[in-house]
Design a protein around this ligand. Structure first.
Ligand SMILES: Nc1ncnc2c1ncn2[C@@H]1O[C@H](COP(=O)(O)OP(=O)(O)OP(=O)(O)O)[C@@H](O)[C@H]1O
Ligand SMILES: O=C(CO)[C@H](O)[C@H](O)COP(=O)(O)O
Length: 397
């Protein structure tokens, strides 16, 4: 069936057994009513966009660890839940808003990246509700069976992270985000990572990996990639320029593009804010084997927005020596000298810990912590100015 002929009943599963109370189809969407306490600030919402296999889970592990406490699936819930909860954060996977299950997508010849296969109305309503302090019953897309399971209860956390293919696709959802990130992995590197994971860990053949990338390419280019224009920070992962023709993805050139003028976010800089700087730190204080390390910092434009870019090409030999580079970075929002290096050492076994992917993900984690505290502080000040009887109001959705 052509996509244009899909009716709403195809867009949302109506099988009562597998999905007993879908908020949109089975009943009017209601949220559990939760009182907003006088001292709590609202939920801060962060969006992380990337294609599948581009390092979202790894980034999430780095980010949630900055806030402390282990992130775990909801206790006693569906073992195939995609949600991760820690003391401060809840990470929800936007695959849960697929409106077509794997079999319906196949039947209709549509990929999970196409907007038709996703329920953006529900995504918007539920992210908005959580941001405003209401619990929601969110669907679960089961990656094992390819079906939509019964929903799970998500309570409003202090920090909500929505990660997946389309957090920046719908302008209504974009408006709800306090900060957004896009992981932009170049085709060569994406291919190398996919091969490494899907061949080595999942037993897929080279041909099937190539076919899967090709099948997704049109929808990726049309509906996922354009979201990077709207991100507050983009991490671009490219093959190194230190070795000519290197395309294996072993040595990476990683660029962090940071928009200017984003509320509560001051771009990181190297040595001198606003200057253009190229720096090879290898020498007495940093051990570098071939091909070495090169850093770059400077102003630029990105989709007509003013940005600052910081770049690192190459990788560290001794992670503890990262402190030397860290001491020349500014606006990094650390709580103490050496916190970036400490975080990187703590997760030395995560992919990308010896290069710019791990470094910039860690820095963004610290920047998001700073942004969260700033919003909290502002909420507190506003609440103190509000008359007491307004503060104890119970919100009804
Ligand atoms: N920074 C990195 N450096 C090298 N390899 C990486 C990096 N980040 C991720 N990878 C590789 O890519 C694979 C996918 O990473 P990860 O599971 O974090 O991605 P994902 O976007 O969450 O994927 P999916 O959406 O398919 O679950 C990992 O198994 C790892 O091999
Ligand atoms: O791009 C993806 C996001 O993770 C998945 O491919 C999408 O969710 C479809 O899932 P499945 O592979 O189970 O059909």
């Amino acid at each position: 069936m052509a996509i244009s002929k899909l009716s709403p009943s195809h867009l949302w599963p109506t099988n009562q057994e597998s999905f007993p109370y879908h908020p949109i189809n089975r009943r009017k969407f209601t949220c559990k009513v939760m009182p907003i306490s006088a001292v709590d600030s609202r939920t801060v919402v962060i969006g992380l966009a990337a294609d599948s296999g581009c390092g979202k889970s790894t980034f999430m592990r780095r980010l949630t660890s900055v806030f402390g406490g282990a992130a775990e699936p909801p206790k006693g819930g569906n073992p195939d839940s995609n949600t991760m909860i820690s003391d401060m954060t809840t990470v929800i996977c936007l695959d849960d808003y697929h409106s077509l299950d794997r079999y319906e997508r196949k039947k209709n010849g549509v990929t999970a990246l196409h907007p038709t296969a996703n329920n953006f109305d529900l995504m918007y309503q539920q992210v908005k509700a959580l941001r405003e302090g209401f619990a929601v019953e969110k669907p679960i897309y089961n990656h094992v069976t390819g079906l939509l399971d019964a929903p799970e209860l998500i309570k409003p956390p202090k920090i909500l992270i929505i990660e997946g293919l389309h957090p920046l696709f719908d302008p209504r959802v974009r408006e709800l985000l306090d900060f957004s990130i896009y992981l932009d992995i170049s085709d060569d590197v994406k291919f190398a990572w996919k091969i490494q994971r899907d061949m080595a860990e999942r037993g897929h053949s080279l041909e099937s990996i190539k076919a899967s990338i090709a099948a997704r390419k049109t929808d990726f280019d049309a509906h996922v990639d354009p979201q990077k224009e709207f991100a507050d920070a983009v991490i671009q992962v490219l093959p190194t320029q230190l070795i000519p023709e290197e395309k294996e993805g072993k040595i990476l050139r990683v660029r962090m593009v940071m928009k200017e003028g984003v509320k509560y976010f001051d771009p990181v800089y190297l040595f001198d804010e606003g200057s253009t700087i190229s720096w090879v730190p290898c020498g007495r204080k940093l051990t570098c084997s071939y091909p070495g390390i090169k850093l770059f910092y400077g102003p630029d434009t990105y989709y007509s927005s003013e940005v600052s870019v910081i770049e690192m090409d190459g990788q560290f030999d001794k992670l503890e020596e990262l402190i030397y580079v860290e001491s020349h970075l500014n606006n990094i929002s650390t709580n103490f000298y050496g916190e970036i290096t400490q975080q990187m050492l703590r997760h030395a076994d995560f992919p990308g810990s010896n290069n710019g992917t791990g470094l910039f993900q860690t820095i963004l984690g610290l920047k998001i912590r700073h942004l969260f505290h700033q919003i909290q502080q502002k909420d507190k000040e506003e609440q103190q100015q509000e008359p007491l009887h307004h503060r104890h109001a119970t919100k009804v959705f």
